[in-house]
Design a protein around this ligand. Sequence first.
Ligand SMILES: [Mg+2]
Length: 458
Amino acid sequence: MQRTYLHIDMDAFFASVEERDNPSLKGRPVAVGGSADGRRGVITAANYVARKYGLKAGMPAAKAKRLCPKAVFLPVDARKYTYASALIMETLEQYSPDVRPLSVDEACLDITNVLHLHPSAEALGRKVKSAIYDKYRLPSTVGIASNPLVAKVAADSAKPNGLRVIPHGGEAAFLAPLPVDEMTGIGKATAAALNRLGIRTLGELGAAADKLLKAHFGVLGPVLGQMARGEWAGRMKQDADRARKSHSLTSAPTAPKAKLRLPFGKSVQLHPSSPSAQSTAAGAQTAMSEAFSAAPEEKSIGNERTFGGDVASENELRGWIVALAEMVGRRVRRAGVEGKVLTLKLRYSNFETLHHQSGLPSATSDEQTLILYGWRLLKEVWQTGRGVRLLGLSLGALAPIPAIGQIEMFDGPGRRSRESLYQAVDSLRDRFGERAVVRAMGRRWERSEQRISFGRPV
Ligand SMILES: [Mg+2]
């Protein structure tokens, strides 16, 4: 069956969120990341005005300052962006049962089974774009095509605030004139190696002999050729198939999309535990604890938090999941590993303790993924309004991050800018301490939520 995918990528996401929340920034060059004086740090996002001066994600702030002395440098507010991202993902789920977040500001929707509800693919694309803009005042670009990679390249080619539909059968013709590195998944090193073979465009790559590609790139070689011809359905399709199977097993529309080599082991267990088992650091109102269980097969990294009083507000619990995900993500990245199973631990005020777990789309150390899945687990397991005494998040089924070659193959600009964001956030915590960041969390969280929730009048 011919499938159709819609790729949506938010335009200059972090910068757009900042512009929305502070209209005085409109029309000015804005760089997120780096210190206010633009002397230290790395830029994680630049708005389109700043891009005219050559500013871009991954650039040292000092260089950005030289290129554009007028630029406004703003600190990274990761919580605000992840929250905005989660709202966007939720909105996207109204348009397709199969939404795959690819990064904090990108998602791919399989729209095959919902296309008939709309006049055309283009009409659906416009609807999605305007729904997000109307609700959150954030611009995006949409690409639609018969496979996720072509849809992404189509979106990249239509930025900013654009929409491009590649008709079925038109994939190869659309891709042919583009330089090889415009294909997502073809990084700098692969592009350079292709150029050395005289292959500069995707058309040339698509026409190259499998034998030649195999000789230089191993088993991935012929896959590169397929990608260039717009034929490669790849991981997304497999994921989608598995996700559908998982859904039919659980029949829960909001169930996390578990997949890949994972037993779709969502489980809720009751762990009766005694009051004495709770964490009660002497005199401390609250206690933050870290757990690293090193049983041979069940390695996991987790953090938990015991609250001074009961917490019954959904927003506050979601905020704590953000904070816990950041701590876990950071420790996991430091350890040089990734994990595939996320477990939420929740203790009610009567000490009834639940462990709820989900497989993740793929092994990750990505905070954004941990937050989204942590929220979903909370939604599934928490009895709304009931007081919570402790929350914990842990990442399990840990394994070392795969070899460089593999990473480069699927390394898009999104991943790189996210990594620089994490570096920035991690170094911030190194300087000011994790606890300080965590303590400030509650109030900051409420503030950013208030700003976001009034949407339209901004
Ligand atoms: Mg983007």
